[in-house]
Write a protein that binds this ligand. Structure first.
Ligand code: TYD
Length: 212
């Protein structure tokens, strides 16, 4: 059986990536592909508990605690869910993954970027996405889209979110082959057209012609 594909969706809170992930899922399923969607943090039972702490803890969460919780969630997710799905030939669409840690805990919180990349490598045990879509939107628009009901990460402030955005853009410049930049200031339809074009190219490259 041919191996599946691993595609991650990255960007700011309010970038619209989750909407696009659902649209891509529908598109690929219509084309007959076996697709699973998932997310970080909190896709699995254990992860839901981790997610609860990360996003809603009333107790102060130390930066290192936050980092290790995201990594713990990822390690479990990769080994028990993502890897098996790819090995079964599925296309895995994952809402946030390693680049979120570098953008948020690294560029946002000021963590050591090189070290975070190493820790990510340990967490994923050698598996890297075939493609990462970066939905880039200006920070004010993103914050407006999030609205007033913010979780712990979303409440971190404009300066923090600006640094996260710049961090993502830096990552994209470093790895232009894996990370594709999409202008998410555009309408949902235009963003979807751009997203679909990139997905089709990837499938043609990795799996041969896209199903009719
Ligand atoms: P979530 O509600 O899933 O946000 P979104 O719908 O925007 O993906 O919350 C996840 C939050 O956790 C989001 O603010 C980004 C943050 N995060 C990190 O800081 N580091 C990480 O490694 C991951 C995976 C997420």
């Amino acid at each position: 059986m041919t191996k599946g594909l691993f595609i991650t969706f990255e960007g700011a809170d309010g970038s619209g990536k989750t909407t696009q992930l659902e649209k891509v899922k529908t598109f690929l399923e219509q084309k007959g592909y076996n697709v699973v969607t998932t997310r970080e943090p909190g896709a699995l039972e254990m992860g839901k508990k981790i997610r609860e702490i990360l996003l809603h803890s009333e107790e102060k969460v130390a930066d290192k605690c936050e980092l290790f919780l995201f990594l713990a969630d990822r390690a479990q997710h990769i080994e028990t869910f993502i890897k098996p799905a790819i090995n079964q030939g599925k296309i895995v669409l994952c809402d946030r993954h390693t680049d979120s840690t570098v953008a948020y805990q690294g560029y946002g919180r000021g963590g050591d970027i090189k070290l975070l990349k190493e820790l990510n490598k340990i967490a994923v045990a050698g598996l890297t996405p075939d493609l990462t879509l970066l939905f880039d939107v200006d920070t004010q628009t993103a914050q407006n889209r999030v609205g007033s009901e913010k979780d712990r990460m979303e409440s971190a402030g404009m300066q923090f979110h600006k640094k996260v955005r710049d961090g993502y853009l830096e990552l994209q410049r470093e790895e232009p082959k894996r990370i594709k930049l999409i202008n998410a200031n555009n309408s949902i339809e235009k963003v979807y057209e751009d997203t679909k074009d990139i997905i089709i190219k990837l499938i043609q490259e990795k799996l041969g012609d896209i199903n009719a």
